[in-house]
Design a protein around this ligand. Structure first.
Ligand SMILES: Nc1ncnc2c1ncn2[C@@H]1O[C@H](COP(=O)(O)OP(=O)(O)OP(=O)(O)O)[C@@H](O)[C@H]1O
Length: 450
């Protein structure tokens, strides 16, 4: 170690807590030459922290020790080509060492992150419906604990929330190979806690979750109504948040709308950024299909992709399921995947999707959802309590069926096509600025296509 840095560390030990020195300063690798003292941080996160919190102090100690203004430079990397660990094993929560140079603790068992390496940003197809979510997840991966904390992705099933969450975890680890990232489904958190309570080793449980650099929990709607879990998660959340460790969560709806979730937890969830992941539009569905097909080494033409994208609107998981079926059958019969082959092979599936989404079905579903009479929805009455559901039903008919504007107008008591167009624009505008409206819209799409 550079002698200058060793002496500098001794001074810092006298001025800072041993934990700070151990966590942030010991992992820096020094290199000294006549032009300055270079300190290599193991990752950008660590570099930012050192720059923000300790650089001024380090600089002044170096000046004091050398008697001149020797520049201190921070960079990510390592002085001898050996990557430094992100931080010493469990430094944040391990008992504080008496001296930073105390003998190393026994090695911890290898950390299991549970990330799926296939779920990356490269394999995620971006569209209007998920643009914001993807950008936020990338930001978080590049800037953990700092960009948005927590990041919460919410929306219907099979729309790519889990994929984005893994992609963020994978990128975070790619940038910080020593980072402790932990992904798990909320059920695993609950069952882990039940086991820990049974076996009376809650301390281990707490340590496991509070010692990570990034905690990713999928489908937190599962916490609803589970009071002890919520209590424990609340404290885990606080510990991670205070230590600026990243939290990423997913939920099947806007969490403020979750019943049986403690208000203080709901409020915490709103501290960072919540982003809705919406069902993909036609073009994105087709692009996802082509991308998945390419990943699987399948030859699928644009025509086939468009056929499936047009007929299967529910979610990406269903699209993928259809593609897998096609692949298996084509392989079995040794046939190329043409549109005829796809129509034939997926006839039942496509019919099921088509049947669910007819204009009368939409009208009835919307009437039930808003608790208005179907006859009122189709009537000429213009009171607001009817006009808005009617516009929603028209917009859904445009979104989910192949009918033209005049045909939809006709189905709504002989209205003009411009009325339908106006309804579509109005509802789209509402969805962009009104959370409640967006949730209604997504919920209805889920009911109709689920
Ligand atoms: N935009 C996308 N690009 C590529 N693949 C996608 C996209 N959106 C979803 N998928 C794929 O669809 C499948 C389902 O996605 P995922 O499991 O992430 O959904 P989810 O929103 O987490 O659903 P759930 O709430 O049911 O857990 C995955 O295989 C995922 O890779």
């Amino acid at each position: 170690m550079s002698d200058l840095w060793r002496r500098c560390l001794e001074r810092l030990e006298g001025e800072l807590s041993a934990e700070d020195v151990h966590t942030w300063l010991m992992p820096l690798q020094p290199r000294e030459d006549p032009t300055g003292l270079f300190l290599y941080a193991p990752n950008p996160y660590s570099l930012d922290t050192v720059r923000e919190q300790y650089l001024v102090k380090i600089q002044s100690i170096v000046e004091h020790l050398t008697g001149r203004a020797l520049p201190v430079r921070l960079e990510v990397g390592s002085s001898g080509g050996r990557p430094a660990p992100m931080r010493p094993a469990s430094a944040t929560h391990a008992s504080t060492p008496a001296s930073p140079r105390a003998p190393e603790a026994a090695p911890e068992p290898p950390h299991v992150h549970n990330l799926d390496p296939h779920y990356t940003f490269e394999t995620f197809v971006e569209g209007k419906s998920n643009q914001l979510g993807k950008a936020a997840a990338m930001q978080v991966a590049m800037n953990p604990g700092r960009a948005y904390n927590p990041l919460l992705l919410y929306g219907g099933t099979g729309l790519g929330k889990t994929h984005l969450m893994h992609a963020a975890g994978n990128l975070l680890m790619q940038n910080n190979p020593g980072a402790k990232v932990l992904y798990l489904r909320s059920e695993q958190f609950v069952s882990g806690m039940v086991k820990a309570l049974q076996q009376k080793n809650m301390d281990d449980f707490k340590r496991r979750f509070r010692s990570v650099d990034a905690l990713l929990i999928d489908d937190i709607q599962f916490f609803a109504g589970k009071d002890t879990t919520q209590e424990e998660f609340f404290h885990t959340f606080n510990a991670l948040f205070e230590a600026k460790q990243q939290i990423i969560l997913t939920c099947d709806r806007y969490p403020k709308e979750l019943d049986k979730l403690e208000p203080r937890l709901k409020s915490r969830l709103g501290w960072g950024l919540s982003v809705a992941i919406e069902p993909p539009d036609f073009e994105t569905r087709a692009a996802i299909l082509l991308s998945k097909a390419a990943d699987k080494g399948m030859e699928v033409s644009e025509d086939v992709a468009m056929l499936l994208a047009r007929r299967i609107r529910s979610n990406v998981r269903d699209l993928e399921g259809a593609l897998n079926t096609l692949a298996a059958r084509a392989n079995f019969y040794r046939k190329p995947i043409t549109t005829d082959f796809a129509e034939e092979t997926l006839r039942d599936l496509l019919n099921t999707h088509a049947q669910a989404v007819t204009v009368p079905n939409i009208q009835k579903t919307v009437a039930d959802y808003y608790q208005v009479r179907l006859s009122d929805l189709l009537s000429k009455r213009r009171v607001r309590s009817l006009a808005r559901p009617r516009q929603v039903a028209m917009a859904l008919s445009k979104e989910l069926t192949e009918h033209s504007l005049p045909e939809i107008g006709e189905a709504f008591g002989g209205r003009d096509h411009t009325t339908v167009l106006h309804a579509c624009r109005t509802i789209r505008g509402f969805c962009e600025k009104d959370v409640r409206m967006r949730q209604d819209w997504e919920q209805l799409i889920r009911i109709l296509t689920g």
